[in-house]
Design a protein around this ligand. Structure first.
Ligand code: IPE
Ligand code: IPE
Ligand code: MG
Length: 240
């Protein structure tokens, strides 16, 4: 049973296992990504129902460009399909969509659909749905360091005034109006037990839940199980 008073504010998910799901079914990898999009849609809806304020999903990493052109364009094609078909419902549900990552180099049609979605949902006050796209934790920290160095160079900031908050404020999670707290819970599906360059700074004290379920099979019931597991943890933050 979920404790409604201890629902995490921010959940981060590494949606992994689409390829293995497709292999098991004997279908192309892109069919696995399509099934993954359907699972994602249900998790977005369910996050909203549970009263989670921020959901951040890893949709495409800075390392995923190593995959075949066919798979990469398939993933972006599906993303366009998702945002186009879901936009009205996202608006109806008061969901604010954001992107964590530099999406300037993604295909034009994907970029246009995405920008339309960001624009039309930017004032929504319900669930904030962050899509990590062309995202890498090291890339994010590198970009923050560059932005801070520019401010120091311009004389706007003294090195001795740089705090952890300064760094947090220059990450995707910290930029004005995307502002979201560190995730209390990080979930990874498919049995892999690693971060794969996801939210390196923000997960310093997150609770990690790993499940063997492949992402396309990750249902709202599995999601609730992961949150229950989180609720059973004793979070000490270095204290006693
Ligand atoms: C996750 O599924 C989706 C993306 C990385 C885009 P994978 O495609 O990594 O699935 P596996 O790990 O090969 O099963
Ligand atoms: C992480 O999964 C990225 C996404 C889920 C988008 P990967 O499948 O790319 O990670 P590795 O290669 O197993 O570490
Ligand atoms: Mg994978």
């Amino acid at each position: 049973m979920l404790d409604k008073d201890r629902i995490p504010k921010h959940v981060a998910i590494i949606m992994d296992g689409n390829g293995r799901w497709a292999k098991q079914k004997g279908v192309p990898r892109v069919a696995g990504h399509n099934a993954g999009m359907k699972a994602m849609k249900k998790i977005v809806d369910h996050s909203d129902k549970l009263g989670i304020k921020y959901l951040t999903v890893y949709a495409f990493s800075t390392e995923n460009w190593k995959r075949s052109v066919e798979e990469v364009s398939g993933i972006f094609g599906l993303l366009v399909k998702y945002v186009n078909s879901e936009l009205q419902e996202l608006i109806r549900n008061n969901v604010k969509v954001t992107v964590f990552g530099d999406y300037s180099m993604i295909p034009e049609d994907a970029k246009r659909s995405l920008e339309k979605t960001l624009e039309q949902t930017k004032d929504n006050t319900g669930l904030q749905f962050n899509i990590a796209l062309n995202y890498g934790g090291r890339d994010e920290i590198k970009k923050a360091v560059c932005a801070i160095a520019e401010k120091v160079k311009a004389g706007e900031l003294q090195p001795e005034d740089i705090t952890e908050e300064t760094i947090s404020a220059h990450l995707y999670t910290g930029v004005h109006n995307y502002d979201c707290p560190d995730p209390e819970l990080m979930i990874r599906t498919s049995g892999e037990i690693r971060l794969s360059n996801y939210l390196l700074w923000q997960t310093a004290y997150s609770e990690f839940v790993f499940t063997d379920v492949l992402w396309p099979d990750f249902t709202p019931a599995e999601y609730e199980k992961a949150i229950e597991e989180y609720q059973s943890r004793d979070r000490r933050f270095g204290g006693r």
